[in-house]
Design a protein around this ligand. Sequence first.
Ligand code: AMP
Length: 412
Amino acid sequence: MTNTAKGAVTFESLGLGVATLAAVADMGYARPTPVQERAIPLVLEGRDVLAGAQTGTGKTAAFVLPILDRLPHAQNGSGPLALVVTPTRELAQQIQKVAQTVCEHTGHRAVVVVGGVGYEPQKDALAKGCDLLVATPGRLLDLVEQGCCNLGEVESLVLDEADRMLDMGFLPDVRRIVAMIPTRRQTLLFSATLDEKVLGAVGSLLRDPARVQIAPKGTVAKTVDQYVLGVTAQAKKRVLVEVLRREGSDRVLVFVRGKHRADHLCRVLRQKGFGAAALHGGRTQSQRTHALERFASGEVGVLVATDVLSRGIDVSEVSYVVNLDVPHDAEDYVHRIGRTGRAGRRGWALTLCSEPEYLDLRDIERLIKRVIDPYPNAEGIDCGQPPFVPDPKRKWTDRLPGKKARKRMRRK
Ligand code: AMP
């Protein structure tokens, strides 16, 4: 691998071919991200790879580029030769988008099959033959069972967001899919975390894998400034409206707990004159796609989302993230705020925390190993009565009450 004068690794130096490099130029990527820098040469060598990398690190291109770079072309009506299995439709569509750009240069055919939409167009696409198939597990198995898809030619397999697939109960489906693929294959596994749970469940599907670890659990991108503001539960929506007025309401992502709350917040924001769209698991696929498109194009400035989709949202240049509710699961916090400050740009995130949510906030601070700074622009905002101010002397190393003690506290 050769370096440029400044010492930075380039895409050219990773061993990618001319067509793939033209696709990289099309996508506007100047330099490889760390996961691309490490994974691309390994994939090109044909190695199996176990990569610990979250969304936002550039992991999609880290597997799409080298796989298509070395992939043969399927005979008419056959294939797929490479398969990417991913947990959600949104992720599948994002991967397909990157794959499509590369295919335009390499001449491959990429097909995506996901649930929630009609079967026929997907069957037609498969019948024409495909080189790379991007799929969610359930729909893929349906199509295989209906005889519309044969996995016997797959040479490269990617298990994307493996930890998420396990959490969503896809392990039996994934095992069934892998059992249909020849054992002589290249396998790449991408997961936000590479812990015992993941490795125990699917680690044995890889052969002598090279390990690439980018973001250890709880690592927040250094490009995201994080703030917290103590508020009452009743004051939250009002505070959000004030923050949007002060900080701007263009390309803002707001996370809330629950789909009803998301819909209600959208209505409130629209009444206050903000353009807002909701993205949650209760919406149909076309509604979700429509909401994402309206946000991406700038037609609506505020996207209100639930955690179901916190990992699936790929919109570049989110100006800031607001957590209207503190997530119960500290890892969700990391994913939520990872939607801003992507690919080297600076971003910031504000969490509105009420007293009952304080322990969840402390859990997050323990995970990220730091205390979140107070929101510096809070002066004059009515945060409700009685005021709630997170203890300024708290330390992330403080011992916190365990599960039983918390239950007792909640009963009081
Ligand atoms: P991912 O982790 O694959 O979800 O990618 C996160 C975001 O980073 C996407 O919006 C990509 O378009 C962007 N991205 C990926 N690789 C690069 C790169 N080398 N340079 C700049 N942006 C990138």
